[in-house]
Write a protein that binds this ligand. Structure first.
Ligand SMILES: Cc1cc2nc3c(=O)[nH]c(=O)nc-3n(C[C@H](O)[C@H](O)[C@H](O)COP(=O)(O)OP(=O)(O)OC[C@H]3O[C@@H](n4cnc5c(N)ncnc54)[C@H](O)[C@@H]3O)c2cc1C
Length: 392
């Protein structure tokens, strides 16, 4: 792979709107990605392997629990810093960002927001350092966009719960030490349970042959009469709103992360277009390539503004789930369109692993589907503005 020459586009001087802390956090993540992710990521994506050696680095830049209070081992940062960290990591690779998103928003967040004090003390500090890794089990083979139909269930056996069922498409599952699992009790109410690797009847087979997020490990969670201690139930919240609260946080991070992937594709295409000479002049001097590049920077700038405003609303505790859906949907579509256009700017070179664009493009096919599909987010906006849900 070519050396990482990335220069972040900032067409509307967004940096002027960031605090010194935001910039410090962002720049530390940016330098870490350049030093520790870019040189190895193409190789790991080609091998379809998660690079476990980067876990400690992710912890050091605050990517595990950026907004979890310091007393529980988190970085105690605000929502804009969280977004900027996700942006920088996804600039490197969406798979690496997925690992960080799952750990922070889908494992640490539910334990922090819905867990008992004992659960917080037991799990959060280790999750923050990466000593312990987690995954989040909501999706099932027959229930993806409609998780409320889930069949994974647990029965109260007096001194423990008995968990049965299966989850599919679970990021980090093949190596996770714990899983936050959403299952129905005997009354059909959804609850979160912390399931630990090693519990009898619990297995996590890996899903192979992905063309997307190849540097992220994905797998199943299978529960065959797993005895879960009663103290592993998350007591603070139940019902579908509990997992959806976690998804809000992860989707917000994705809205920022996708900007990173788009910035990398744009920056690569701009540099290539200035250097690549055809018909006696750089292709950047041609109107058609300028149209592509000009539209890319316009869309990136709009997405940056959307994410920053959403971050302000999140900091104030005012961001709605529907606002988060709009930003996730818009920014991921923006990124995937830019990846496709940038790939064309590079001609044949665009399909090789010498450049990051094709990897981003394939990764974004998952990002546009997970955490609520592109269509479902549109329907959430539709329901919000009309008061009529078209998908239920
Ligand atoms: C790489 C990867 C990692 C993932 N990681 C996780 C994870 O860590 N944890 C987890 O729980 N899940 C995870 N997922 C699952 C992901 O969230 C689901 O794939 C997603 O929610 C969609 O579910 P589905 O694949 O079953 O598609 P389906 O729900 O079957 O949807 C198929 C198509 O139908 C459309 N559709 C569905 N319902 C409607 C409707 N009412 N109206 C119109 N169109 C509709 C959808 O938009 C989509 O285009 C991951 C997925 C992938 C690919």
């Amino acid at each position: 792979m070519k050396p990482d020459l990335f220069e972040a586009p900032d067409y509307y001087n967004m940096d002027d709107l960031l605090s010194e802390e935001h910039k410090l956090v962002r720049d530390a993540a940016r330098q870490w990605v350049k030093r520790d992710v870019s040189p190895i990521i193409e190789d790991f994506a080609q091998k379809a392997e998660f690079p476990t050696q980067i876990l400690s680095g992710l912890a050091e830049i605050g990517a595990f629990g950026p907004y979890i209070p310091e007393e529980y081992g988190g970085a105690g940062l605000d929502q804009i810093s969280y977004g900027l960290i996700m942006q920088e990591i996804e600039r490197g690779d969406s798979g690496v960002r997925s690992t960080a998103s799952v750990q922070s928003s889908l494992v640490m967040y539910p334990i922090f927001a819905y867990g008992s004090e004992e659960q917080k003390q037991k799990y959060l500090p280790k999750l923050a350092t990466g000593e312990m890794m987690g995954c989040f089990g909501l999706t099932e083979p027959d229930h993806g966009s409609n998780p409320s139909g889930m069949v994974t269930n647990f029965k109260d056996m007096g001194d423990h719960y008995l968990l049965n069922g299966a989850k599919l498409w679970i990021s980090n599952s093949p190596f996770a030490d714990i899983a936050v699992v959403w299952a129905k009790n005997e009354a059909g109410r959804i609850h979160g349970l912390i399931v630990e690797r090693g519990m009898e009847g619990f297995s996590t087979p890996e899903t192979h042959n992905k063309w997307s997020l190849r540097a992220s490990a994905t797998g199943e969670l299978i529960f065959d009469n797993v005895k879960v201690p009663k103290e592993n139930l998350l007591p603070g919240k139940n019902g579908l709103g509990a997992p959806l609260g976690c998804l809000d946080s992860a989707r917000y991070g994705i809205a920022w992360g996708a900007i990173g992937a788009a910035m990398d594709c744009y920056d690569t295409a701009l540099r290539y277009a200035k250097e690549r000479v055809q018909f006696g002049r750089p292709i950047a001097a041609t109107q058609l390539q300028q149209k592509k590049l000009a539209e890319m920077i316009t869309e990136i700038t709009k997405a940056q503004l959307l994410a920053l405003r959403l971050g302000q609303l999140k900091n104030e505790g005012k961001a709605t789930s529907a606002q988060i859906s709009m930003a996730k949907r818009n920014n991921v579509e923006m990124a995937i369109n830019i990846a496709r256009e940038a790939r064309q700017v590079l001609g044949g070179m665009g399909i090789t692993g010498e450049y990051s664009i094709m990897r981003h493009m394939m990764n974004l096919e998952s990002v546009i589907t997970y955490e609520g599909t592109h269509d479902i987010h549109l329907l959430i906006t539709g329901a919000d503005i009309t008061g009529m849900a078209a998908f239920k």
